[in-house]
Write a protein that binds this ligand. Structure first.
Ligand code: NAD
Length: 281
């Protein structure tokens, strides 16, 4: 099956690597040629390094790289059996994109969003054939994180979730079926994790390095909340918080913080921009 991925940022590039390694021809599309060049070079270099470390053969790395086709032209999706979208977390933009995708892809092509927090039903509602729409939610970095949430919408046809689950499992992932609710499992549980950490900071209970240290060294988390928010990016993370808060009818448990909102507004997105809660410059 040929797969189209839209968005060559952190997630789209990672997902493209996963499916190329799994043996699919992949068309990786982005509106930014610069982002596309960077993503393609990164994937090729990552695969080369994996081969050097003996994690895969040099032939397999070369073959996976050759299966990856960067493009800025949607028409290249004409033979796709599955399209996964990983663009900016904005409902209107995603809906508009899928209207364009449906003009090009075959009638039986599965359409999927990697959205972290938007309702799958609302994205699917923009489609001519919403019954072929589903959420496939990877975690960052996609090549390393095993968990994938599979989210059928109310419109999704019976049987599609199982087909997608089997496909994703074949990529070496651990898929879990989840209902179409705000934040699904992981991003819902993660909201209070980040929110309480920021409240601890705002109340002066402890500084952020201490909170991160306590939760990693003593709490067993792989990353502390501030380091993790910086890693995800405040553009993405703030939008997800806002979206989950709104989707839960403004339940105060999910209330976003001004501290994070200001970082987002200032363009202090975290690692990707050199500054977030911590300074990476
Ligand atoms: P990103 O900002 O790193 O990348 C987004 C890419 O999409 C950019 O390269 C941009 O040029 C491209 N793009 C934007 N609009 C486009 C359009 N209309 N057509 C084509 N390309 C377009 O974002 P990301 O972190 O990869 O997140 C992408 C999606 O995945 C979001 O929905 C996000 O919520 C979700 N997600 C993110 C994470 C994470 O940890 N970053 C984890 C899981 C899911």
């Amino acid at each position: 099956m040929t797969i189209g991925i839209i968005g060559s940022g952190a997630m789209g590039a990672g997902i493209a690597q996963v499916v190329a390694v799994a043996g699919h021809e992949v068309y990786l599309l982005d509106q930014s040629a610069t982002a596309l060049e960077k993503a393609t070079a990164n994937i090729a270099s990552t695969l080369r390094k994996l081969a050097e470390k003996g994690k895969m053969t040099a032939e397999a790395a070369q073959a996976a790289t050759a299966r990856l086709h960067p493009t800025t032209v949607m028409q290249d999706f004409v033979g796709c059996g599955l399209v996964i979208e990983a663009i900016v977390e904005e409902l209107g933009v995603k809906q508009q994109l899928f209207r364009q995708v449906e003009v090009v892809v075959p009638a039986d092509c599965i359409l999927a969003s990697n959205t972290s927090s938007l309702s799958i039903a609302s994205i699917a509602s923009a489609c001519q054939r919403p019954e072929r729409f589903i959420g496939i939610h990877f975690f960052n970095p996609a090549p390393l994180m095993a968990l994938v949430e599979i989210i059928p919408a109310v419109q999704t046809r019976a049987g599609l979730a199982e087909e997608v689950r089997a496909l994703v499992q074949g990529w070496g992932k651990l898929p879990v079926l989840v209902k179409d609710t705000p934040g699904f499992i992981v991003n819902r549980v993660a909201r209070p994790f980040y929110g309480e950490a920021i409240r601890l900071l705002e109340e002066g209970v402890a500084d952020m390095a201490t909170i991160d240290w306590v939760l990693t060294e003593l709490g067993g988390f792989r990353m502390g909340p501030f380091a993790l928010m910086d890693f995800i990016g405040h553009d993405v993370n703030y939008r997800v918080t806002e979206s989950v808060f709104t989707a839960f009818f403004f339940d105060p448990r999910f209330k976003p913080s001004f501290t994070q909102k200001r970082l987002f507004e200032a363009g202090y997105y975290g690692r990707k921009s050199g500054r977030g809660f911590y300074n990476y410059a």
